[in-house]
Design a protein. Sequence first.
Length: 229
Amino acid sequence: MKRAERWHALTEMLRRSGARGCTAERLATEFGVSVRTVKRDLAALEASGAPIWSRPGPGGGYGLATRATLPPVALTPAQAVALLAAVSAAPDAPYADAAAAGVRKILDVLDPVTRTRARALADRVWVNSPPTPTRAVRSALEQAMAEQRVVRIRYVAGDGAASTRDVEPIMFGSSGGRWYLIGWCRLREGIRWFLVDRVERASVTADPCGCHGIEEVGPPPVTARSVRF
């Protein structure tokens, strides 16, 4: 188990243990590591802001402050598989990796019976997804959008012509099963739609975006909608 995964699993186990907490020895046995490693992980989690408490002496241990936790997630097996299917079928969507991590967190806190039934149902759903853009390109585009900074891309047009553009990202859009980066192209001085799978390279600059907003893109098609919740 990778360290980040172990940290998440540690947090969930502490949450489930409630006010009684867990001893370092029990945690070490659960994750197959040494007590020293567990204590180092707990210290790192606490330093990162996790509300971990410790109680020394007999009957002591470690726990997670109740006020900072969420109640257990209640999903049906079908709802759990729906989340898995949606994420698996769209690996090229913006923030797909973050979505997959979020789904794993949700599945981790399902009760054992629901998790077993969800796994059985998931075996009956297959996904054959197209190749996705490189992780480096996707990460740069996602970061630029989230931080509203100019992204420098090398873009290959449909006719094979390649160019380097500085783009102020405005939004991501999906149309016809393909994802686009929509933004203000400083080279062309106008709004442009860039197919994400035609972006060969991308790097986030230190230059903040200007004042171009979603309204400049124009109204969406009548069949389109945002992913607002």
